[in-house]
Unconditional design. Sequence first.
Length: 342
Amino acid sequence: MAALLLTVSVWAAFALSARALAASTLLPADAALLRFGVPLVVLAPALWRRRRALAAVRPGPAAKIVCGAGVPFFLAAMFGGSLTSASFVGAIVPGMVPLFVSALMVARGRGLPRGTQSAGLLLIAAGVVALVWRYAVPFDADVMLGSGTLLVASGLWALYTVGLREVDLDPVGSIGLLCLPSFAVIGVLVAAGVLPTGLARAAGGDIALFLVVQGLGVGLCAGLLYAFAIRRLGAERASVVGSLSPVAVVVLAIPLLGERPTLPVLIGVPLITAGVVLANRSPRARAAQDGPAASGGPAARSGAGRAPGGRTPRTPGRPETARSPRTTPPARTPAPEVSRDA
């Protein structure tokens, strides 16, 4: 439980940093270099021992992971946060992941969600509508553009979540698979002048903050801690506590960023949180069919999802935890695997 609470704190810190980046001396490319570079430095010996496993990953799943949680996701989340608020980042990015994952599962012929999962997805959609409605009438171009960009980031994270299920890597290997190509891409874009950098002129305090939050926190600790929590608590219990990340963002944004929750936030965030809890509940019939694996037994605990900022949202957060290769395969049932994928 301590590991899970720390993970939720890191997910909340990701959302807060997405908003704080606009007021810092760092540029998005600088934050991305810290985000993907620090884990590579810390995990270099362990990644070297996994070099053959990393090289054996198929291009399709690798592309889902790198695009879903790498440079495209990071820049979308940072840009969307700069136009909206920390509450929007903390609610939309992880909150919409179950909905997008469900859509991906339906597209792959896995059937429609049922029962509480359907109700949860409806609550998530209603929560997002409640968040943005105030800015749609009258129309606020910046907030609506930022909200749309955050929806793109959430969709990318859902793609990343699905990709994690298709690779045979442990959490450390998954971090390497994400960070190696992402750091290379951002390095090339900076060297070519496509993305500007101000790292050499940035304030030391800003560098230290993003190094700790993005590099060590989101890039390294969140994934490993969430994988540990999943194994000890089971996926369902962990997902319920993890769904508190949007609430934590709203609370922490008050003293840290001076944001005051508006009425849409007070309505939308609880709806999204409740929806995530319901969407991550396994139907009882399904649990009886799957046996120990579905009820939090050893097979179920060997897998983990990733959060926004990522490690393996399972919702931001949440917007990066990796799913273990030993996770019990999903049962063949018409209902999509919302509870495990989202």
